[in-house]
Design a protein around this ligand. Structure first.
Ligand code: BGC
Length: 261
């Protein structure tokens, strides 16, 4: 495979940093899935260091013994769990607040040693699903929702992403920040059952239907691998499907964006 078809995607979450090299023509993974815990506190310099080390480890895995300058120059896409506007981080709900205003694209480029593109994590998942996954070639409105440490959201209309479409902090049923009531993390934090969590998410999706009338929902994030245990959500009209790339959608989308922008 030529280097032009490869890129590295690194998905920075509130809990873990995951990455791999991706075939950007198919979305297939070309290396093992690298994962380290998000450094305690989630400070920019600590995360940048881990991202730099991971990019290097992925390149080394790809190259074996012959890491040359073509592999060193592979495009790299990095996600962050907040609003990212032209490389600058604008919000930080599940990561240290010092990220706000940070030029993440410059910070990661310094740590990686080559230019990189930075994108909101849910937007990256949405891009992966639009390019290769559940939303490929589909018309109409899709809401991709990622349930992990927080709730991420991506709006895709006729294959085009509207960036930073943040729906994870809406007030729903008197809960002022739905993420704090219905992210996957609350299952562990509150000790609730998957069924109780699913009924919370169903209320959220019904609320989103009222606002946006999507043609479909795609569920990603860490909870997506267990989808057989909670789908379908009661009372939700639009079809709800798990993300094709499950919790790897962010990695795939970040790599795809880096290679195609
Ligand atoms: C952030 C989003 C992010 C989501 C998932 C939310 O708290 O506001 O930008 O996509 O968490 O990480």
């Amino acid at each position: 495979m030529s280097e032009a078809q490869m890129a590295i995607g690194i998905d920075v979450g509130g809990t873990g940093i995951k990455g791999a090299a991706i075939d950007v023509a198919t979305g297939a993974r070309l290396t093992s899935r690298h994962r380290v815990p998000t450094p305690e506190g989630g400070l920019p310099a600590d995360i940048a260091r881990e991202v730099g080390l991971m990019a290097n480890a992925i390149r080394t895995e790809l190259a074996g013994e012959d890491l040359d300058e073509r592999l060193a120059a592979l495009p790299v896409g990095v996600t962050l769990p907040g609003v990212v506007q032209h490389g600058i981080m604008r919000t930080a709900a599940n990561i240290d607040r010092s990220w706000i205003g940070t030029d993440a694209a410059a910070l990661f480029a310094g740590a990686i040693g080559s230019p990189c593109v930075v994108v909101n994590d849910a937007d990256a998942a949405g891009l992966a699903e639009a390019a290769f996954g559940e939303v490929r070639d589909l018309h109409g409105t899709t809401l991709v929702l990622t349930f992990g440490t927080g709730i991420g959201s991506a709006l895709i209309h006729n294959g085009v992403l509207v960036p930073n479409f943040e729906l994870g902090h809406l007030e729903v049923d008197g809960h002022p920040d739905i993420e704090r009531f219905a992210s996957a993390k609350v299952i562990e934090r509150e000790g609730i059952t998957l069924a109780e969590w699913a009924s919370r998410v169903a209320r959220y999706l019904i609320h989103l239907e009222l606002l946006f009338t999507p043609d479909r929902f795609v569920v990603g994030g860490s909870i997506s691998k267990a989808s057989a245990q909670y789908l379908p959500f009661p009372g939700v009209n639009a079809p709800v499907v798990p993300a094709r790339f499950r919790n790897n959608a962010g990695i795939v989308g970040a790599a795809w964006l880096a290679a195609t922008r």
